[in-house]
Design a protein around this ligand. Sequence first.
Ligand code: NCD
Length: 306
Amino acid sequence: MRHLMSPLDFSVEELDQLLDLAGDIERHPEKYAHACDGKKLATLFYEPSTRTRLSFEAAMLNLGGSVLGFSSAASSSASKGESVSDTIRMISCYADICAMRHHKEGAPMVASAVSSIPVINAGDGGHQHPTQTLTDLLTIRSLKGRLGNLTIGLCGDLKFGRTVHSLVKALARYENVTFVFISPEELRVPSYIKEDVLDAQNLPYREVERLEDVMADLDILYMTRVQQERFFNEEDYIRLKDFYILDNKKMSLAKDDMIVMHPLPRVNEISVEVDKDPRAAYFRQVQYGVYVRMALILTLLEVKVC
Ligand code: NCD
């Protein structure tokens, strides 16, 4: 039985197969409409979510399966003091697969150690968010036609943004990817990512503060929100929250075929005027998230569709 804790749990070849499957689902959704008849997905969300939880649920429903779960710690027995290990042992009796989001780094890993059903990490604290990364890889492959030979700018809260941490790890495995980290000093990408992932493989990267200085070099601009819930003090959040605002003026500096991605939710970091720009890919990214989660559920449940 397999779980998904980190995007690196799949080899590059396995990821290719998963993205191919997601592509086939996009083209022929009817083929998969009953692939999970009679199967259940549990969504255990101890932390708020709109897209991730609902896209998992939509994915399972699109496959003919059903869903159960909770959407906040307050509405689960966690509020009575139940441990993650006990909860997952019980959920294993109700469902065939589960997706878990937790504010504590490593909680889904703890669950996977005692679970008798596949556990998917749907975001653990400021650590990893592997299914957002699968979504991002499918979006990049679909819209740019490749996962290598790219210059990607990651902008915003690179310290607490788990989507950034997972995406850097995943993209570092492809040829000729250059990373440009755009953040204020306080929100720089953690040193464990720089040392263990980038320096360890001699991968080139730059750290800058001004978005305007690098806009023209980018094939992809990955914007992120400042993660208010992970700040220790409100004053720092208020000072940093509007550090970057992508608007049409900044977009005019970019290549014609650059794409703008964002895991969403957006707060102020992308002005709504940019939504009309054909390079804005963040709402298309949401749709790719459903296809890729369908492919992931099929893969972890080992369901084959001919
Ligand atoms: C991201 C997350 O939860 O980490 N959202 C998502 O899952 N699409 C990004 C965020 O909350 O800023």
